[in-house]
Design a protein around this ligand. Structure first.
Ligand code: AMP
Length: 384
């Protein structure tokens, strides 16, 4: 039985935090996912208003305005989306009251400090014109922000379908007891992912690590890493992990794409033992890809987060592209943990070849660490 009747003026907290360069949206994955709810609730609501954060503005920074997102939503929905350049106040109240338009998008939530400070008064002002609230922003669910934990207190509130899907899919990995579970991590910093590695190691069969984060581990093993990314203060923690009960599950690269500058376009492949002190590791090498492929090919569940190199640069993107291809053609259950890996997939493959692509980067990692996130299962799910 549906609990969707009479939503009235509904406020939806989505994650519309998309990358924008020179006013152009460079990856609309999150928008595409978020607007799906419009069809579901269209006939059951008087007005539908989206609200989201974008980036980390310090006050009202118009470079981080959501205005371009309204255009993109319109194109996807083929429906008018009326943008209001306020988060709350008379203008918002009047527009919702008039209901001249059906779908609205409000300005960047983080233009107001009440959002991050989880200010009660701010929550009351924002939610004033609305009757119901749908929290559907998994990418923000790990934050104690007003829109995550307080907006819903003032209205009839629900957990949205994207949230339900994220939880359902990530739970498959969290509760996985099958063999053949492989995790592949990359990206810049090991410090961001140490907790996750520690949590995952007992559960997985293999934990492959590429990207910039592998160099702190290689340094801990005594290897020459040249001028590659290193987090000096985490070497001892890395050593601890490698020597732990499950440390032998960690699979590290054995060759690399190296360069003498990250601004250079010249790339050379070298074996780990041939690393020179002027080399910077910018990508994984072909032998490593082949090793990772052997593991991925025999795995039943795969979780991937983080690029294998500085993939923003064509010459250093080879490893990330190859890994995207391998995982996209895998018959395993494949889950991609948000952030830059999603950009890579959008660039090199088709999203339809993956079982689940998380819209949340940090949130999906924290969820898989086993943390209880403030925005997860806070409200009843919409029953459609
Ligand atoms: P993260 O946000 O931690 O997932 O990191 C993503 C970033 O890691 C991307 O911008 C990549 O350019 C960067 N990255 C990947 N591999 C390397 C590397 N070998 N050295 C420096 N940065 C890297």
């Amino acid at each position: 039985m549906s609990n969707l009747d009479n939503l009235g003026n509904v406020l939806i907290r989505s994650d519309l935090n998309v990358p924008i360069k020179n006013g152009q949206i460079t990856d609309n994955f999150r928008i595409l996912k978020s607007v799906g709810i419009v069809d579901t609730i269209f006939d059951k609501s008087k007005t539908i208003t989206f609200i989201s954060h974008m980036g980390r503005p310090d006050g009202k920074d118009l470079n981080l305005s959501l205005r371009p997102v309204a255009k993109s939503m319109e194109n996807i929905l083929d429906k008018k989306v009326h943008f209001i350049d306020e988060v709350f106040g008379e203008e918002v109240e009047e527009q919702i009251e008039k209901s001249e338009f059906k779908i609205f998008l409000l300005e960047n939530l983080r233009f107001e400090k009440g959002e991050i400070e989880n200010d009660n008064n701010f929550s009351k002002q924002v939610t004033k014109p609305f009757n119901s609230y749908i929290f559907d922003a998994f990418g923000a669910a790990h934050r104690e922000h007003a829109s995550v934990v307080s907006f819903g207190e003032n209205l009839d509130s629900f957990q949205g379908p994207l949230m339900d899907k994220e939880i359902h899919e990530l739970d498959k990995l969290l509760n996985n007891n099958e063999t053949g579970y492989a995790v592949l991590l990359g990206g810049a910093k090991i410090s961001d992912k140490l907790n996750l590695i520690e949590k995952l190691l007992p559960k997985v069969e293999y934990l492959m690590i590429g990207g910039g984060m592998c160099f702190t581990l290689l340094k801990a093993l005594g290897h020459e890493i040249g001028r590659s990314l290193l987090e000096e203060s985490f070497i001892s923690k890395a050593e601890e992990l490698l020597n732990s009960e499950f440390g032998n599950k960690i699979i590290l690269p054995i060759d690399f794409g190296v360069s003498d500058s990250i601004n250079s376009s010249v790339r050379e492949n070298v074996k780990l033992e041939d690393f020179k002190n002027n080399h910077i590791g910018v990508d994984i090498g072909p032998q490593t890809i082949s090793n990772f492929r052997k593991i991925l090919d025999k795995s039943k569940n795969i979780f991937w987060n983080g690029p294998m190199g500085i993939f923003e640069k064509e010459e250093f993107s080879y490893g990330t592209r190859e890994i995207t291809n391998i995982i996209s053609s895998s018959s395993a259950y494949t889950c991609i943990g948000g952030g830059d890996s999603v950009s890579a997939i959008n660039k090199y493959a088709d999203t339809k070849y993956f079982n689940h692509i998380s819209t949340g980067g940090g949130a999906s990692l924290e969820y898989l660490e086993g943390k209880k996130l403030p925005g997860v299962n806070k409200y009843k799910s919409l029953i459609i």
